[in-house]
Design a protein around this ligand. Structure first.
Ligand code: 5GP
Length: 173
């Protein structure tokens, strides 16, 4: 297993996180946010982002995973649901990476059914070439090529999440 040199350095990531937090703080000025992180991948991004957001916020998490079955269908399983109420609140969903879009699209519909005041999505990485389901990303960090990446919360076999940078992961075999 080989980890290549950083695709995104820690410095590039931190600069982008601050920029996204500035936009979010401006857009939600005078309001209060419910920030929902998708675990496990978004834990590091969310904790950095939340540190720089300047409006009052509550944090909750949801653990979900998707299993793409065919090119057009996928099944999403919720392993651990959030505890905060969604109705009539301003929700910001924070995701590490959008790939096919199946997970986020499923969760978005689920959130919307609970009648939030508003719902926006913030994703650090967008693998746009892989998209199967169109899902709106309101705050986007970086568009990346169709490669498997690890680091900054993203794993391979639950490892490498602690790297402060993001790198392309290749198996040596
Ligand atoms: P989607 O439903 O958009 O296909 O799946 C998104 C999820 O797939 C992400 O939250 C992440 O867990 C996983 N994923 C997609 N691409 C990558 C990748 O390049 N690296 C890692 N570590 N996980 C990925």
């Amino acid at each position: 297993m080989v980890i290549g040199k950083p695709l995104l350095t820690a410095e590039e990531i931190q600069a982008k996180v601050k920029e996204l937090a500035r936009q979010i703080s401006n857009d939600y000025e005078g309001r209060e946010l419910l920030v929902v992180g998708l675990l496990k991948g978004a834990f590091m991004f969310l904790s950095d982002l939340a540190r720089h957001i300047q409006v009052p916020l509550t944090i909750d998490f949801i653990i979900a995973s998707s299993y793409a079955k065919t090119d057009t269908t996928g099944e999403v399983k919720i392993h651990c649901d959030m505890r905060e109420e969604i109705e009539d609140r301003d929700i910001l969903v924070v995701e590490d990476i959008v790939d096919t879009g199946i997970t986020l699209n499923y969760l978005r519909e689920r959130f919307l059914a609970r009648l939030p005041r508003s719902l926006k999505i913030c994703a650090l990485l967008d693998k746009i070439d892989r998209r199967i389901v169109d899902v709106p990303i309101d705050y986007k960090g970086f568009e990346i090529p169709n490669e498997y990446v690890v680091g900054y919360g993203l794993d391979y076999d639950n490892k490498y999440r602690n790297l402060p940078y993001i790198a392309i992961f290749k198996r040596s075999d």
